[in-house]
Design a binder for this molecule. Structure first.
Ligand SMILES: Nc1ncnc2c1ncn2[C@@H]1O[C@H](COP(=O)(O)OP(=O)(O)OP(=O)(O)O)[C@@H](O)[C@H]1O
Ligand SMILES: [Mg+2]
Length: 362
Protein backbone atom coordinates (compact mmCIF):
# COMPACT_ATOMS: atom_id res chain seq x y z
CA UNK A 1 0.00 0.00 0.00
CA UNK A 2 1.32 3.39 -0.90
CA UNK A 3 1.61 5.74 2.06
CA UNK A 4 0.04 9.14 1.74
CA UNK A 5 1.46 10.50 4.98
CA UNK A 6 4.40 12.74 4.37
CA UNK A 7 7.31 12.67 6.79
CA UNK A 8 7.35 16.42 7.40
CA UNK A 9 3.69 16.84 8.30
CA UNK A 10 2.71 18.96 11.28
CA UNK A 11 -0.46 17.62 12.91
CA UNK A 12 -1.05 20.68 15.14
CA UNK A 13 -3.11 22.71 12.65
CA UNK A 14 -5.58 19.82 12.53
CA UNK A 15 -6.06 19.59 16.28
CA UNK A 16 -9.36 20.88 17.77
CA UNK A 17 -7.88 23.79 19.75
CA UNK A 18 -5.64 25.18 17.03
CA UNK A 19 -6.35 28.81 16.17
CA UNK A 20 -5.14 29.88 12.72
CA UNK A 21 -3.67 33.35 12.04
CA UNK A 22 -6.46 34.00 9.58
CA UNK A 23 -10.11 33.05 9.99
CA UNK A 24 -11.87 32.39 6.73
CA UNK A 25 -15.21 33.92 5.77
CA UNK A 26 -15.78 35.87 9.00
CA UNK A 27 -14.74 39.34 7.82
CA UNK A 28 -17.97 41.10 8.82
CA UNK A 29 -18.12 39.58 12.29
CA UNK A 30 -14.39 40.15 12.91
CA UNK A 31 -14.58 43.77 11.66
CA UNK A 32 -17.51 44.46 13.97
CA UNK A 33 -15.76 42.99 17.00
CA UNK A 34 -12.46 44.67 16.09
CA UNK A 35 -14.24 48.00 15.95
CA UNK A 36 -15.75 47.46 19.41
CA UNK A 37 -12.40 46.42 20.84
CA UNK A 38 -10.81 49.54 19.34
CA UNK A 39 -13.56 51.64 20.93
CA UNK A 40 -12.77 50.10 24.27
CA UNK A 41 -9.06 50.80 23.83
CA UNK A 42 -9.68 54.43 22.83
CA UNK A 43 -12.57 55.37 25.09
CA UNK A 44 -12.57 52.74 27.83
CA UNK A 45 -16.06 51.55 26.88
CA UNK A 46 -17.83 49.48 24.23
CA UNK A 47 -21.01 47.52 23.64
CA UNK A 48 -21.79 44.28 25.48
CA UNK A 49 -22.05 41.49 22.95
CA UNK A 50 -23.77 38.11 22.72
CA UNK A 51 -22.05 35.89 20.15
CA UNK A 52 -24.58 33.36 18.94
CA UNK A 53 -24.49 30.73 16.20
CA UNK A 54 -24.48 27.02 15.45
CA UNK A 55 -21.85 24.68 16.80
CA UNK A 56 -18.53 24.71 14.95
CA UNK A 57 -19.16 28.11 13.36
CA UNK A 58 -15.98 29.69 14.76
CA UNK A 59 -17.32 31.58 17.80
CA UNK A 60 -14.63 30.34 20.19
CA UNK A 61 -11.94 30.48 17.48
CA UNK A 62 -12.78 34.13 16.78
CA UNK A 63 -12.45 35.17 20.41
CA UNK A 64 -9.23 33.12 20.74
CA UNK A 65 -7.97 34.97 17.69
CA UNK A 66 -8.60 38.30 19.47
CA UNK A 67 -7.07 36.98 22.66
CA UNK A 68 -3.88 36.28 20.69
CA UNK A 69 -4.01 39.64 18.96
CA UNK A 70 -4.60 41.64 22.17
CA UNK A 71 -3.01 39.46 24.86
CA UNK A 72 -3.60 41.64 27.89
CA UNK A 73 -6.98 43.00 26.89
CA UNK A 74 -9.35 40.04 27.02
CA UNK A 75 -10.13 37.94 30.06
CA UNK A 76 -11.43 34.72 28.55
CA UNK A 77 -13.23 32.08 30.60
CA UNK A 78 -14.85 28.89 29.35
CA UNK A 79 -17.66 27.73 31.63
CA UNK A 80 -17.62 24.12 30.46
CA UNK A 81 -17.00 22.07 33.60
CA UNK A 82 -17.61 24.96 36.01
CA UNK A 83 -20.52 24.07 38.21
CA UNK A 84 -20.78 26.86 40.77
CA UNK A 85 -20.54 30.65 40.64
CA UNK A 86 -17.59 30.56 43.01
CA UNK A 87 -15.51 28.54 40.50
CA UNK A 88 -16.45 30.99 37.79
CA UNK A 89 -15.50 33.96 39.96
CA UNK A 90 -12.20 32.51 41.09
CA UNK A 91 -11.32 31.76 37.44
CA UNK A 92 -12.00 35.32 36.31
CA UNK A 93 -10.20 36.93 39.25
CA UNK A 94 -7.26 34.48 39.40
CA UNK A 95 -7.84 33.99 43.15
CA UNK A 96 -9.05 31.27 45.50
CA UNK A 97 -11.73 32.93 47.64
CA UNK A 98 -13.47 31.00 50.42
CA UNK A 99 -16.99 32.37 50.07
CA UNK A 100 -19.10 33.64 47.21
CA UNK A 101 -19.26 37.13 48.74
CA UNK A 102 -15.48 37.26 48.91
CA UNK A 103 -15.25 35.88 45.36
CA UNK A 104 -17.50 38.67 44.04
CA UNK A 105 -15.34 41.29 45.74
CA UNK A 106 -12.15 39.72 44.34
CA UNK A 107 -13.62 39.82 40.84
CA UNK A 108 -14.58 43.48 41.26
CA UNK A 109 -11.07 44.27 42.54
CA UNK A 110 -9.55 42.40 39.63
CA UNK A 111 -11.47 44.32 36.95
CA UNK A 112 -11.00 47.64 38.72
CA UNK A 113 -7.30 47.08 38.44
CA UNK A 114 -7.18 45.31 35.05
CA UNK A 115 -9.37 47.04 32.53
CA UNK A 116 -10.19 43.88 30.54
CA UNK A 117 -13.09 42.80 28.38
CA UNK A 118 -14.67 39.82 30.13
CA UNK A 119 -15.34 37.04 27.60
CA UNK A 120 -17.59 34.26 28.93
CA UNK A 121 -17.69 31.24 26.62
CA UNK A 122 -20.37 28.52 26.98
CA UNK A 123 -22.18 30.72 29.47
CA UNK A 124 -25.26 28.48 29.34
CA UNK A 125 -23.40 25.97 31.55
CA UNK A 126 -23.70 28.37 34.51
CA UNK A 127 -26.44 30.78 33.45
CA UNK A 128 -29.07 31.03 36.16
CA UNK A 129 -30.63 33.95 37.99
CA UNK A 130 -27.93 34.00 40.65
CA UNK A 131 -25.05 34.01 38.14
CA UNK A 132 -26.66 36.75 36.04
CA UNK A 133 -27.17 38.88 39.13
CA UNK A 134 -23.49 38.47 39.98
CA UNK A 135 -22.38 39.34 36.42
CA UNK A 136 -24.70 42.34 36.47
CA UNK A 137 -23.27 43.46 39.81
CA UNK A 138 -19.67 43.20 38.54
CA UNK A 139 -20.67 45.14 35.44
CA UNK A 140 -22.32 47.93 37.45
CA UNK A 141 -19.32 48.21 39.76
CA UNK A 142 -16.56 48.10 37.15
CA UNK A 143 -18.20 49.02 33.80
CA UNK A 144 -16.01 46.52 31.96
CA UNK A 145 -17.51 45.26 28.68
CA UNK A 146 -18.92 41.74 28.70
CA UNK A 147 -18.93 39.41 25.69
CA UNK A 148 -20.86 36.19 26.09
CA UNK A 149 -20.75 33.18 23.78
CA UNK A 150 -23.58 30.69 23.65
CA UNK A 151 -25.46 28.72 21.05
CA UNK A 152 -28.50 28.33 23.27
CA UNK A 153 -31.12 30.48 21.63
CA UNK A 154 -33.09 30.82 24.82
CA UNK A 155 -30.18 32.19 26.84
CA UNK A 156 -31.88 35.61 27.02
CA UNK A 157 -34.74 34.03 28.94
CA UNK A 158 -32.38 33.03 31.75
CA UNK A 159 -31.48 36.70 32.39
CA UNK A 160 -33.53 38.42 35.10
CA UNK A 161 -35.29 41.52 33.83
CA UNK A 162 -33.23 44.20 35.59
CA UNK A 163 -29.92 42.52 34.62
CA UNK A 164 -31.26 42.32 31.07
CA UNK A 165 -31.94 46.04 30.98
CA UNK A 166 -28.52 46.95 32.33
CA UNK A 167 -26.40 44.52 30.36
CA UNK A 168 -28.18 45.07 27.02
CA UNK A 169 -26.37 42.60 24.79
CA UNK A 170 -25.96 43.34 21.11
CA UNK A 171 -26.26 40.07 19.19
CA UNK A 172 -23.63 39.01 16.63
CA UNK A 173 -24.77 35.92 14.77
CA UNK A 174 -22.31 33.39 13.34
CA UNK A 175 -24.13 31.74 10.47
CA UNK A 176 -23.36 28.15 9.46
CA UNK A 177 -20.70 27.82 6.73
CA UNK A 178 -21.42 26.98 3.11
CA UNK A 179 -19.56 24.27 1.18
CA UNK A 180 -17.08 26.71 -0.42
CA UNK A 181 -16.02 28.22 2.91
CA UNK A 182 -15.68 24.81 4.56
CA UNK A 183 -13.50 23.69 1.64
CA UNK A 184 -11.32 26.79 2.03
CA UNK A 185 -10.94 26.19 5.77
CA UNK A 186 -9.89 22.59 5.08
CA UNK A 187 -7.43 23.70 2.41
CA UNK A 188 -5.89 26.26 4.77
CA UNK A 189 -5.26 23.63 7.48
CA UNK A 190 -3.98 21.10 4.97
CA UNK A 191 -1.43 23.65 3.73
CA UNK A 192 -0.45 24.56 7.28
CA UNK A 193 0.06 20.92 8.19
CA UNK A 194 2.09 20.35 4.99
CA UNK A 195 0.08 17.25 4.26
CA UNK A 196 -0.89 16.28 0.75
CA UNK A 197 -2.92 13.59 -0.90
CA UNK A 198 -1.92 11.74 -4.02
CA UNK A 199 -1.88 13.87 -7.15
CA UNK A 200 -5.20 15.28 -8.19
CA UNK A 201 -7.21 13.73 -5.31
CA UNK A 202 -7.13 16.66 -2.96
CA UNK A 203 -9.81 18.85 -4.50
CA UNK A 204 -12.20 15.96 -4.63
CA UNK A 205 -11.48 14.73 -1.10
CA UNK A 206 -11.89 18.16 0.45
CA UNK A 207 -15.06 18.70 -1.59
CA UNK A 208 -16.58 15.43 -0.35
CA UNK A 209 -15.70 16.23 3.28
CA UNK A 210 -17.20 19.72 2.94
CA UNK A 211 -20.30 18.26 1.35
CA UNK A 212 -20.89 16.03 4.38
CA UNK A 213 -19.97 18.65 6.95
CA UNK A 214 -22.28 21.14 5.23
CA UNK A 215 -25.28 19.33 6.70
CA UNK A 216 -24.28 20.65 10.10
CA UNK A 217 -22.54 23.75 8.69
CA UNK A 218 -19.76 23.03 11.17
CA UNK A 219 -16.08 23.63 10.43
CA UNK A 220 -15.33 21.41 13.43
CA UNK A 221 -16.96 18.36 11.82
CA UNK A 222 -15.04 18.99 8.59
CA UNK A 223 -11.71 19.39 10.39
CA UNK A 224 -12.38 16.32 12.53
CA UNK A 225 -13.01 14.22 9.42
CA UNK A 226 -9.80 15.54 7.88
CA UNK A 227 -7.83 14.75 11.02
CA UNK A 228 -9.27 11.23 11.13
CA UNK A 229 -8.26 10.69 7.53
CA UNK A 230 -4.74 11.94 8.12
CA UNK A 231 -4.27 9.92 11.30
CA UNK A 232 -6.26 6.78 10.54
CA UNK A 233 -5.69 5.96 6.94
CA UNK A 234 -2.59 5.21 5.06
CA UNK A 235 -4.26 5.12 1.70
CA UNK A 236 -6.29 7.72 -0.12
CA UNK A 237 -9.84 7.60 1.32
CA UNK A 238 -12.78 6.69 -0.84
CA UNK A 239 -16.07 8.61 -0.82
CA UNK A 240 -17.50 5.78 1.29
CA UNK A 241 -14.69 6.10 3.86
CA UNK A 242 -15.44 9.81 4.19
CA UNK A 243 -19.13 9.10 4.66
CA UNK A 244 -18.29 6.59 7.39
CA UNK A 245 -16.09 9.11 9.20
CA UNK A 246 -18.89 11.63 8.97
CA UNK A 247 -21.48 9.18 10.33
CA UNK A 248 -19.24 8.25 13.24
CA UNK A 249 -18.57 11.89 14.06
CA UNK A 250 -22.20 12.90 13.75
CA UNK A 251 -23.19 10.18 16.20
CA UNK A 252 -20.38 11.18 18.54
CA UNK A 253 -21.43 14.83 18.33
CA UNK A 254 -25.08 13.97 18.90
CA UNK A 255 -24.39 11.85 21.99
CA UNK A 256 -22.19 14.54 23.52
CA UNK A 257 -24.88 17.16 22.90
CA UNK A 258 -27.55 14.89 24.40
CA UNK A 259 -25.42 14.28 27.48
CA UNK A 260 -25.49 18.01 28.15
CA UNK A 261 -29.31 18.01 28.39
CA UNK A 262 -31.26 17.57 31.58
CA UNK A 263 -32.88 14.10 32.07
CA UNK A 264 -36.33 15.57 31.49
CA UNK A 265 -35.19 17.08 28.17
CA UNK A 266 -33.63 13.80 27.08
CA UNK A 267 -36.86 11.97 27.90
CA UNK A 268 -38.96 14.43 26.01
CA UNK A 269 -36.73 14.15 22.95
CA UNK A 270 -37.07 10.40 23.20
CA UNK A 271 -40.85 10.64 23.18
CA UNK A 272 -40.79 13.09 20.29
CA UNK A 273 -38.50 10.86 18.24
CA UNK A 274 -40.66 7.80 18.93
CA UNK A 275 -43.82 9.67 18.06
CA UNK A 276 -42.26 10.93 14.88
CA UNK A 277 -41.60 7.37 13.77
CA UNK A 278 -45.22 6.40 14.40
CA UNK A 279 -46.79 9.58 13.07
CA UNK A 280 -48.88 9.16 9.95
CA UNK A 281 -48.21 11.79 7.34
CA UNK A 282 -49.64 15.26 7.83
CA UNK A 283 -51.27 14.33 11.09
CA UNK A 284 -50.73 16.83 13.86
CA UNK A 285 -50.14 15.85 17.41
CA UNK A 286 -51.72 17.62 20.29
CA UNK A 287 -49.49 18.75 23.12
CA UNK A 288 -51.76 16.62 25.29
CA UNK A 289 -51.11 13.39 23.37
CA UNK A 290 -47.37 14.03 23.53
CA UNK A 291 -47.69 14.60 27.25
CA UNK A 292 -49.78 11.40 27.66
CA UNK A 293 -47.06 9.43 25.98
CA UNK A 294 -44.44 11.05 28.18
CA UNK A 295 -46.40 10.23 31.31
CA UNK A 296 -47.09 6.64 30.28
CA UNK A 297 -43.35 6.04 29.90
CA UNK A 298 -41.92 8.22 32.61
CA UNK A 299 -43.73 10.23 35.30
CA UNK A 300 -46.58 12.67 35.61
CA UNK A 301 -45.78 16.27 34.90
CA UNK A 302 -47.80 19.47 35.09
CA UNK A 303 -49.05 20.94 31.81
CA UNK A 304 -47.21 24.21 32.39
CA UNK A 305 -43.90 22.54 33.10
CA UNK A 306 -44.29 20.25 30.12
CA UNK A 307 -44.91 23.18 27.77
CA UNK A 308 -41.91 25.07 29.14
CA UNK A 309 -39.58 22.13 28.61
CA UNK A 310 -41.00 21.58 25.13
CA UNK A 311 -40.48 25.24 24.24
CA UNK A 312 -36.92 25.29 25.56
CA UNK A 313 -36.07 22.17 23.67
CA UNK A 314 -37.56 23.63 20.55
CA UNK A 315 -35.50 26.80 20.90
CA UNK A 316 -32.30 24.97 21.58
CA UNK A 317 -32.59 22.18 19.04
CA UNK A 318 -34.48 23.91 16.29
CA UNK A 319 -36.71 20.88 16.14
CA UNK A 320 -39.30 22.58 14.07
CA UNK A 321 -42.00 22.03 16.64
CA UNK A 322 -44.78 24.43 15.87
CA UNK A 323 -47.20 25.29 18.60
CA UNK A 324 -50.38 26.90 17.48
CA UNK A 325 -53.98 27.31 18.52
CA UNK A 326 -56.20 24.86 16.77
CA UNK A 327 -58.75 26.52 14.47
CA UNK A 328 -61.18 23.66 14.79
CA UNK A 329 -64.06 24.47 17.14
CA UNK A 330 -63.87 20.99 18.68
CA UNK A 331 -60.09 21.20 18.91
CA UNK A 332 -58.38 20.81 22.23
CA UNK A 333 -56.86 24.29 22.17
CA UNK A 334 -53.21 23.92 21.69
CA UNK A 335 -51.89 21.68 18.96
CA UNK A 336 -48.34 20.65 18.37
CA UNK A 337 -46.82 19.84 15.07
CA UNK A 338 -43.62 17.90 15.34
CA UNK A 339 -41.68 17.73 12.13
CA UNK A 340 -38.51 15.77 12.60
CA UNK A 341 -36.64 14.48 9.65
CA UNK A 342 -37.31 10.68 9.96
CA UNK A 343 -33.64 9.83 9.59
CA UNK A 344 -32.84 12.35 12.33
CA UNK A 345 -35.46 10.69 14.53
CA UNK A 346 -33.68 7.36 13.97
CA UNK A 347 -30.30 8.90 14.78
CA UNK A 348 -31.72 10.47 17.92
CA UNK A 349 -33.11 7.16 19.14
CA UNK A 350 -29.82 5.45 18.45
CA UNK A 351 -27.83 8.18 20.23
CA UNK A 352 -30.21 8.24 23.20
CA UNK A 353 -29.90 4.48 23.58
CA UNK A 354 -26.13 4.94 23.80
CA UNK A 355 -26.27 7.45 26.62
CA UNK A 356 -28.83 5.84 28.90
CA UNK A 357 -30.25 2.35 29.33
CA UNK A 358 -33.77 3.69 29.86
CA UNK A 359 -33.82 4.50 26.13
CA UNK A 360 -32.56 1.10 25.03
CA UNK A 361 -35.76 -0.73 24.18
CA UNK A 362 -36.15 0.90 20.75
N1 LIG B 1 -13.58 30.84 9.84
C1 LIG B 1 -12.74 29.88 10.22
N2 LIG B 1 -11.51 29.78 9.67
C2 LIG B 1 -10.67 28.80 10.08
N3 LIG B 1 -10.97 27.87 11.00
C3 LIG B 1 -12.19 27.92 11.58
C4 LIG B 1 -13.12 28.93 11.22
N4 LIG B 1 -14.25 28.75 11.92
C5 LIG B 1 -14.05 27.69 12.71
N5 LIG B 1 -12.81 27.19 12.51
C6 LIG B 1 -12.26 26.02 13.20
O1 LIG B 1 -13.31 25.09 13.39
C7 LIG B 1 -13.25 24.49 14.67
C8 LIG B 1 -14.54 24.77 15.43
O2 LIG B 1 -14.67 26.18 15.69
P1 LIG B 1 -15.11 26.75 17.13
O3 LIG B 1 -14.62 25.85 18.19
O4 LIG B 1 -14.70 28.17 17.18
O5 LIG B 1 -16.69 26.63 17.02
P2 LIG B 1 -17.81 27.24 18.01
O6 LIG B 1 -18.66 28.12 17.18
O7 LIG B 1 -17.15 27.81 19.21
O8 LIG B 1 -18.64 25.93 18.36
P3 LIG B 1 -19.42 25.55 19.75
O9 LIG B 1 -20.73 26.27 19.72
O10 LIG B 1 -19.63 24.06 19.65
O11 LIG B 1 -18.54 25.92 20.90
C9 LIG B 1 -12.01 25.08 15.34
O12 LIG B 1 -10.93 24.19 15.13
C10 LIG B 1 -11.77 26.37 14.59
O13 LIG B 1 -10.41 26.73 14.60
MG1 LIG C 1 -17.13 27.24 21.21
Amino acid sequence: MESIIQPQIDIRPLLPNYVPEELIGRTDEIDFLENEIQNFMKHGACTNIHIDGVTGSGKTATLKYFEKKYPSLLKYVNCMGLTREKEFLSTISDTKPRTTTEAIQKAIDYFTEHRNILVIDEIDKIADTQTWNIINHIYRETAIPIFIISNRKDIDKTIPEDAHKTLLFHKVYFDSYNIETITEILQQRLNLSRFYFEDGCEVNILGVIAHHAYESGSARTALDILRFIVLDANTTPTTKDIKNYNDRLTMHDLTSQLRRLKPIEQRLLYVIALTQQKRSKNKYLTTGSLQDMYESRFQTISRGHFSTVLNNLNNYWNLDITMFKSKLPQGPGQTTQVVLNPSFADQLLQALSQINDEFKEC
